[in-house]
Design a protein around this ligand. Structure first.
Ligand SMILES: [Zn+2]
Length: 294
């Protein structure tokens, strides 16, 4: 009996040690980037190991509804997969920031919102953007840093066939399919985001959500601002979408349009990786994406 008891204790100890080491295991991300000088060159991929506790994952504008019916449908299709990815990242120790711009007030009584508001003020090394767009500060396309966007989104990018959707504020909260748990934060403010990261000594930032050509790049917690702050930024490229109307230049299908913007980000701003690096499953693809070898 004694031997059996010892064996059981030893195996419990090993299990505990294994789960502790799994918790502390680095994220192994395959980061893809492109040459700024030669857009036609093949992308390069480099594996990096990031400490989960030094990494934040920011979920941009995954709203409950959108003025464009197609965009709204794609968000609802992507949300459950994103939620699974967020859960896996959180379980590894990654800090999760929900960033549903302009509807944070809907969430004002949640512990996630309170956590963001309670973070101690930290002075950023550069002045945060003070330009305004759509109710929050904004980082506009920066000609010193990037070329023109490869898609024309000047019509706001309704991708619906036939009659175009009317532009309006259709959103009221973050989509329910993305779970929020204790320890996550919720904000759409650049300063609060910076405070939260500073408090935790976080240098690595993963961006995901919608829409890449607009909010994921331009919001005050988005790719442009985080890169300018000197963070190690990366885009989770299968967990995003664009506002792009295929009837506009360059006249490619919607998903090729998204890929072109991902390429733009990889050339000028930050590398990208897929959720497969976090979940161990296949990268996500929209049902409507019928391309054979995207
Ligand atoms: Zn539409």
């Amino acid at each position: 009996m004694k031997i059996l008891h010892k064996l059981i204790c030893a195996s419990a100890l090993i299990n505990m040690m294994m789960s502790m080491s799994a918790l502390a295991e680095d994220l192994e991300l395959n980061l893809r980037s492109r040459s700024k000088e030669d857009a036609s060159a093949d992308p390069t991929t480099k594996q990096v190991n990031w400490k989960p506790e030094k990494t934040a994952l920011i979920i941009c504008d995954m709203w409950d509804d959108h003025w464009c019916k197609s965009a709204s449908r794609r968000v609802a299709e992507m949300a459950p997969v994103l939620n699974e990815t967020v859960k896996a990242a959180r379980a590894r120790g990654v800090f999760i920031i929900h960033a549903p711009s302009s509807v944070v007030d809907f969430h004002k009584t949640t512990p996630q919102r309170k956590l963001a508001q309670a973070a101690k003020f930290a002075k950023a090394p550069i002045e945060l953007s003070t330009a305004l767009r759509w109710g929050t500060t904004w980082c506009w396309t920066d000609p010193k840093h990037e070329g023109v966007l490869p898609i024309d989104d000047s019509d706001m990018g309704c991708s619906c066939k036939g009659e175009k959707c009317e532009i309006r504020e259709a959103w009221s909260r973050q989509i329910k399919l993305i779970e929020m748990v204790e320890g996550d934060a919720l904000t759409d403010s650049g300063q609060e985001t910076y405070n939260l990261l500073a408090e935790r000594g976080i240098d690595n930032v993963i961006l995901c959500g919608v829409h890449l050509n607009m909010c994921v790049l331009g919001r005050p917690f988005g790719i442009r601002q985080m890169t300018k702050l000197g963070k190690n930024v990366t885009l989770m490229r299968d967990m995003t979408d664009t506002m792009y109307n295929p009837e506009r230049p360059p006249g490619v299908d919607h998903f090729t349009g998204t890929d072109l913007v991902i390429g733009h980000v990889e050339s000028y701003w930050c590398p990208s990786f897929t959720s497969a690096d976090i979940t161990g499953k296949k990268a996500f693809k929209f049902k409507g994406d019928l391309r054979k070898n995207p």
